[in-house]
Design a protein around this ligand. Structure first.
Ligand SMILES: CC(C)(COP(=O)(O)OP(=O)(O)OC[C@H]1O[C@@H](n2cnc3c(N)ncnc32)[C@H](O)[C@@H]1OP(=O)(O)O)[C@@H](O)C(=O)NCCC(=O)NCCS
Length: 156
């Protein structure tokens, strides 16, 4: 299992993985603009044969990062790719700088919520009727780096 930074040559694979993992498609142009955005980044997970099977996307926010998506092809789930993608994000964080990583996840998405909790994210808010396609609630989660003292459990 390899996780590496994604580049311009990975756009088609990311489009396919996104379409296999989410009900709402991401256009090729929006993935391309994320790859081109200096404030965003994407990691690609490859299987032992070099096929991309998952990706993680994130971008800078005012006091850290927003995790936009983690996605692994259905037939490759349960093998640690999701965990490895998040571990790679954590290991790329600047050392000795306190920061937070935010994300939002559907209430019904139990496998993603378990993954995030296992990685150290915790829920700080619940938003009713957050997703217009299903009207379901979102959990807002945050990971706080150990360098940040005095964390109250809520973003300031
Ligand atoms: C959420 C998602 C990214 C997780 O990816 P994944 O590669 O299956 O994640 P992992 O393999 O690290 O962990 C999944 C499970 O497999 C287990 N697992 C990992 N490696 C394993 C191994 N070698 N042997 C047995 N089980 C293993 C984990 O313990 C975990 O168990 P759990 O579901 O009981 O918590 C994937 O389900 C997905 O793409 N979902 C659709 C998109 C989505 O909803 N993304 C999140 C919102 S953006």
């Amino acid at each position: 299992m390899i996780v590496r930074a994604a580049g311009a040559g990975d756009v088609d694979a990311i489009v396919l993985i996104h379409a296999a993992c989410f009900a709402l498609a991401w256009s090729r142009a929006s993935i391309q603009s994320l790859i081109d955005d200096p404030h965003a980044f994407i990691y690609a997970a490859e299987d032992p044969f070099g096929q991309m099977v998952g990706y993680l996307s994130a971008r800078d926010v005012f006091d850290g990062y927003e995790l936009l998506n983690v996605a692994v092809l259905p037939e490759h789930r349960g093998r640690g790719y999701g965990q490895k993608l998040i571990d790679t994000l954590f290991s790329s964080l600047p050392q000795r700088v306190p920061l937070r990583i935010y994300l939002e996840v559907r209430e019904s998405n139990e496998s993603a919520r378990r993954l995030y909790e296992r990685c150290g994210f915790s829920v700080f808010a619940r938003r009713e009727r957050y997703y217009p396609d299903t009207d379901e609630a979102a959990f807002l989660m945050v990971y706080v780096t150990p360098q940040e003292d005095g964390w109250s459990g809520r973003p300031s």
